[in-house]
Design a protein around this ligand. Sequence first.
Ligand code: TMP
Length: 235
Amino acid sequence: MKKTEMLYEGKAKKVYKTDDEKKYIVEYKDDATAFNGEKKGTIVGKGVVNNKMSAALFAILEEEGIPTHQVELLSDRESLVKAVKILPIEVIVRNVAAGSLAKRLGLEEGTPMKKTILEFCYKNDALGDPMINDYHIAAMNFATDEQLDTVKKYAIKINDILKKFFIERNIKLIDFKLEFGIYDGIVILADEISPDTCRLWDGNSNKKLDKDRFRRDLGGVEEVYQEVLNRISKK
Ligand code: TMP
């Protein structure tokens, strides 16, 4: 499969068309941004980690019955994926209060939630990805009711699978962000699952093993990305 024109360059990835109109090549970059692009930097090796980690997790999810965009790993930084039309919704799944939820509800970070929380944001950088609910999604035609039901069902199932997978590697899955797309008329999981898009805490020490080290200037950013990939690759 050959790259043809670049379709889109995002903050962390480039997406290329290929000679197969139903496939894209995603190239993961080391560029990092936070706070809607206000903070910019580089995390050396991040693109390789995120590409390999996403490929590994998508393979596990597929085995468990979740359709994903992943076709195959092409190189350290590139994956072949299905050419989906992304739904303009970010789905956030939370097991433990952290980040914007802790702030919004006045909770201490690390407070476990009695029930898994699903949140939706409208994927729109100019507006700062505002939070929305089912009514906005229907009123704005971001997804049909049926598509949204599927998204919710998959998000909960993905959480169950990943929580178990990570805890077996002594990592607590605090929260994460998912994106879905439409391919051949059906909803499939797209984008990435990586330390950029998850909060991952060490099972013993609660040490942050994710992008919060970059967002909050905690240091040791490159090291924890490698550490997460090592723990995932071992078992
Ligand atoms: P938040 O607490 O800042 O709302 O983030 C919730 C989760 O979503 C966290 O795991 C980080 C992830 N996330 C993204 O993947 N992209 C984003 O743009 C933001 C704001 C959060």
